[in-house]
Design a protein around this ligand. Sequence first.
Ligand code: IPD
Ligand code: CA
Ligand code: CA
Length: 265
Amino acid sequence: MNWEIIDTHAKQWVKEAGEKIRLSFKSTLNIETKSNPNDLVTNIDKEIEQFFIQKIKEVYPEHRIMGEEGFGDKLHNLDGIVWLIDPIDGTMNFIHQQRNFAISIGIYENGVGKIGLIYDVVHDELYHAIRGKGAYINEKPIPKLKETTIKESILALNATWVVENKRIDHNLMIPLVKDARGTRSYGTAAIELVFVATGRVDAYFSMRLAPWDVAAGAVIIEELGGVVTNLRGEKLNFLSTDSLLAGKPGLHQAILNDYLKGGQW
Ligand code: IPD
Ligand code: CA
Ligand code: CA
């Protein structure tokens, strides 16, 4: 398999899609809700997903596609080459802020991440990695991640998990938030994952993310020596929603062992 050629195509399509999104800022969005009033989707999310599907099917008819907005294939396994696509990660930010969102594409072969692309459209920054070939912001290599301690860490997390919620005993979260140097919340898993990759934050976690939220970021972080698992410390399967902990080596283990052990999720 020539991953460089697939990567070249994917990058070109991501850039084209980004241009379409930037142009959309001038138009009025058509906003709908999905599973709940805060779960938003726009005509642009749908158009961008369809754009990728059309491009991929034209050049790689044998590849399969899992897209958030449902225009891709219905997948029950990850056999062969699968593109996991979030056309806009951070739709709420896209609507409210016109920033802090990204296109996220992970390309997997038999369940193993091969290519990760996260495009911060507004900053024109493409974070990308091919497994075994390093990770980059545009053409600039990203250095490997170094170990750190909780006391010196910035953690990215949503405040939802630190107040009473139905997925985690929030009392477990309180010491973690108190011991960390600081916390941040950006409202886009893809960008939070590239922030882990670039060391702008030291770890990111969430109680519930979908495969397309994490697929690209996992490839980039792992390429840099970071660790990505669910909160039980298991590998992600990229077929179902799951919890997530992505972080620097050492810190990832410390969060699991010293803070979150014994929780139910
Ligand atoms: C959402 C964002 C958000 C995360 C949600 C995701 P969307 O993706 O990544 O940060 O907390 O769980 O669903 O819906 O904007 O693509
Ligand atoms: Ca998403
Ligand atoms: Ca999305």
